[in-house]
Design a protein around this ligand. Structure first.
Ligand code: DC
Length: 232
């Protein structure tokens, strides 16, 4: 089988997860949320008091068991689906993702996961979303997308989301937090966030989620003849 890998990278709050999940569903590919993997490690790291020694970080990376079951994320036998989305874990994930050792473990696990699926022929391909998929983890991916939008637009969308859930939120606070995460992701020494060479850059500023999805599906269909099952 001609297994295909689609890498989707981009900054925080740009809607990558929604797009990647829908794209994977349409193509019947495996969907891998690599941010959730970092968040699980952060959850486990927090419980252990955030040790920074090489030995303990390696142990944490190698021993934390992360399982995706439908829409649930299970870490060390605990359902962490909700908890890993909290602000506390977002901050810890951003912190732990700077360690070279942790990035290496994550890269190897992500590659191993895809290799297993490729060998088992259970999916015709995989969509992985994160920050360094096209640059580091799968630089030879068949498709590399970089999804972008200005911090102001991302902050406005986030504000609307929170307001829809009747949560208290302030635009300036959201914008400041987004800019801080962007800075950390773009300026870390290892695997900084940037578009991969030959990545297709998609500015979602003037597009809604459906339009972005259609654009990605078009790019995939045009370039390598991958079509949606059941669609001519
Ligand atoms: O995409 P997210 O917000 O769930 O990611 C959580 C954190 O993990 C974020 O601070 C960036 C980091 N991350 C990373 O460094 N590399 C990835 N491939 C995915 C996420």
């Amino acid at each position: 089988m001609n297994f295909k890998i689609i890498a989707i990278d981009g900054p925080t709050g740009v809607g990558k997860s929604t797009i990647a999940r829908q794209l994977a569903e349409k193509l019947r590919f495996l969907y891998v949320d690599t941010g959730a993997m970092f968040r699980c490690l952060a959850w486990s790291w927090g419980k252990k008091g955030c040790p920074e020694s090489d030995e303990l970080l390696t142990e944490l990376g190698n021993q934390t068991r992360i399982v995706f079951e439908d829409e649930f994320v299970i870490c060390d036998d605990t359902d962490v689906t909700q908890e890993i989305r909290t602000e506390r874990i977002s901050k810890l994930a951003s912190k732990i993702s700077r360690f070279t050792l942790i990035r290496k473990v994550m890269k190897n696990q992500q590659r191993a996961l895809v290799e297993e699926v490729r060998k088992s022929e259970s999916y015709p391909g995989a969509v992985l979303e994160g920050r360094d998929i096209g640059t580091v983890v799968f630089p030879a991916a068949e498709f590399k997308f970089y999804i972008d939008a200005s911090p102001e637009i991302r902050a406005k969308r986030r504000l609307l989301q929170l307001q829809e859930h009747c949560e208290e939120a302030n635009y300036e606070d959201i914008l400041t937090a987004l800019r801080k995460r962007d800075f950390q992701d773009q300026n870390r020494e290892v695997a900084p966030l940037r578009p991969a060479e030959n990545a297709i850059i998609v500015d979602t500023g003037k597009l809604n989620a459906q339009q972005v999805l259609e654009h990605l599906l078009d790019c995939v269909a045009k370039e390598k003849g991958v079509s949606q099952p059941g669609v001519q």
